[in-house]
Design a protein around this ligand. Structure first.
Ligand code: CP
Length: 316
């Protein structure tokens, strides 16, 4: 089996994706989000959702997307699989490849695990990173960019965007920052407790503003992040009430943003910690729009990567 590595065949990250390629994928996803016909481009193709970490939105929306394209979709439950008997990730991949599975949507707790698997995959195998450790979550980044464009128009460059919360442990933050920079956004602010700020290179081009009341003034977009308690050293955030008081978004704080400001959160939401119910469920919230766009983006990505030469915007 040829195991040569061709990073462009897969979707591993948004870092390094050209603006042109991103715009093509977003345009196709927007078409699907607006009810455009979904071709049976994956008729007969087998796709496995290989999730080594829990997920609701990403796993099920990839399942829906692949089904709508006509694929055979295999779920993978780690606890009832031979991974629980010690089978390695690579042997799992090779076992499924031997069954004829061509597409793998992979979530993993370790940074770089999906890229490492892609480097050992067969020549016809396609991997999509559904979130690895703190590194990247490219389809979340794309669905966030799509949601922003639908809400604010295609030219994002003039927007003031604020990212709030646990940037340090967040693959969504890293990927959204890559997406925003690629699409020309220049005014990006970041607000987080000092212990939840990431390494400086992640924040290239961003302004770190310590207090949320200052950071939120006049912004058009507030991107909230989930506190990633499963990735934290014990005690990094001492009190959830204290976090909410300093970094939680409520109606008073939202009123300091620009008129018509929108609120985003990748989910799952820790209600009463990152955001109040009133804001999460209020008229400025795009949280469920993000979820809906997840299906459209994943149709576009699977079509481009696995739909063959007839796919209109092939990534490969
Ligand atoms: N946003 C996101 O990745 O959610 P899930 O963990 O539910 O897939």
């Amino acid at each position: 089996m040829n195991r040569s590595f061709d990073a462009d065949r897969h979707l591993l990250d948004l870092a390094g994706m050209s603006r042109e390629r991103m715009e093509l994928l977003l345009g196709r996803a927007d078409h699907f989000a607006r009810g455009g016909a979904v071709p049976r481009a994956l008729d007969g193709v087998a796709v496995c959702n290989l999730f080594f970490e829990p997920s609701t939105r990403t796993r099920l929306s990839f399942q829906l997307a692949a089904q709508r394209l006509g694929a055979h979709v295999l779920g993978f439950d780690v606890s009832s699989s031979s991974a629980s008997k010690g089978e390695t990730d690579l042997d799992t991949l090779r076992t499924l490849e031997a069954m004829g599975v061509r597409g793998f949507v992979v979530r993993h707790r370790e940074d770089g695990a999906v890229r490492a698997l892609a480097g050992r995959a067969g020549a016809d195998t396609v991997l999509v990173n559904a979130g690895d450790g703190r590194s990247a979550h490219p389809t979340q980044g794309l669905l966030d960019m799509l949601t922003l464009r639908q809400a604010k128009g295609p030219d994002l460059a003039r927007l003031k965007v604020l990212v709030v919360g646990d940037v340090r442990h967040s693959r969504v933050a890293r990927t959204d920052l890559d997406g925003l920079r690629t699409l020309g956004v220049e005014d990006i602010r970041v607000c987080a407790p000092a212990e939840l700020l990431p390494e400086p290179e992640v924040l290239a081009g961003c302004e770190v503003v310590p207090g949320l009341d200052d950071a939120i003034r006049g912004v058009d977009v507030v991107m909230l992040l989930r506190l990633q308690r499963e990735r934290m050293v014990e005690g990094l955030v001492r009190s959830l009430d204290g976090y909410h008081r300093e970094y939680g978004l409520d109606a008073r704080r939202l009123a300091l943003a620009a008129p018509g400001a929108v609120v985003m959160h990748p989910g799952p939401v820790n209600r009463g910690v990152e955001v109040t119910d009133e804001v999460a469920d209020g008229p400025h919230s795009l949280i469920l729009r993000q979820v809906a766009n997840g299906v459209a983006v994943r149709i576009a990505v699977l079509e481009a990567l696995l739909g063959g030469p007839q796919a209109p915007h092939g990534v490969a």
